[in-house]
Design a protein around this ligand. Structure first.
Ligand SMILES: C[S@@+](CC[C@H](N)C(=O)[O-])C[C@H]1O[C@@H](n2cnc3c(N)ncnc32)[C@H](O)[C@@H]1O
Length: 210
């Protein structure tokens, strides 16, 4: 009897704790400051590119996104803010366990755990394991593999999806197949933009027309 009461008490406390965790809110002020103070590493996308990614997700009202290459999550938390506003979901993939750990920490600090899921593993494998349809993709891992990443996720892309590829100016030679495909295939409308002068590079933005 006593044991049963203790067990019931533990279960009830667990439920209260779980609700408190779910209800955890991070203020907009904290989030803005966290982004401003973010200690970027060389691999991270630039603030200008991260702003453009967040604006694209928000303006196209995207609901399900995937990022190929998380690093420490600077792009993921920026896109995550827009996915959260849209009631959507972002999966961010990285092969490096340390990067995934840091991305998860940064996602938690921003209070975006319910929106952003970090998946560890080779994207050439994990992309194929994703289920459901996607309306936003950000490709930012091995430059020579961009076309392979796109072909893996393409069957899951909705009409109207937006696909963004980073470093398309500086690494153009390594991704000729990708750029040739998205600029000549009538299923895609593509433009190359430079939203940041920091790395003197640019991103290809492709819209899936049909
Ligand atoms: C340029 S960084 C990504 C920057 C990130 N998008 C951001 O916004 O800060 C590239 C990342 O791709 C990861 N990567 C490299 N090869 C990979 C693979 N085969 N699968 C998944 N991630 C990979 C690296 O570990 C690295 O963290």
């Amino acid at each position: 009897m006593v044991l049963a009461l203790v067990a019931a008490g533990i279960v009830a406390m667990g439920a209260v704790f779980a609700r408190a965790q779910q209800a955890r809110k991070v203020s907009n002020e904290f989030r803005q400051q966290f982004l401003k103070d973010f200690k970027r590493i060389g691999l991270n996308t630039t603030p200008g590119d991260a702003d453009l990614l967040r604006i694209l997700v928000a303006s196209a009202r995207c609901k399900r996104g995937v990022e190929v290459g998380s690093a420490t999550g600077f792009g993921a938390i920026n896109m995550g803010l827009a996915f959260e506003r849209n009631g959507g979901q972002l999966f961010t993939l990285d092969i490096d366990a340390g990067m995934i750990r840091t991305t998860r920490e940064n996602v938690a600090k921003m209070g975006l755990e319910k929106t952003v899921t970090a998946v560890e593993g080779d994207a050439l494998k994990t992309l194929a394991e994703l289920t459901g349809e996607f309306d936003f993709v950000f490709i930012d891992a091995v430059k020579a593999d961009y076309f392979k990443y796109l072909k893996l996720i393409e069957p899951r892309l909705k009409v109207g999806a937006v696909v963004v590829a980073d470093n398309v100016i500086k690494s153009e030679k390594q991704m000729k197949d990708y750029l040739e495909y998205v600029t000549t295939n009538p299923n895609y409308d593509t433009v190359i933009v430079r939203s940041s002068m920091e790395k003197n590079d640019g991103m290809a933005i492709s819209y899936k027309v049909r």
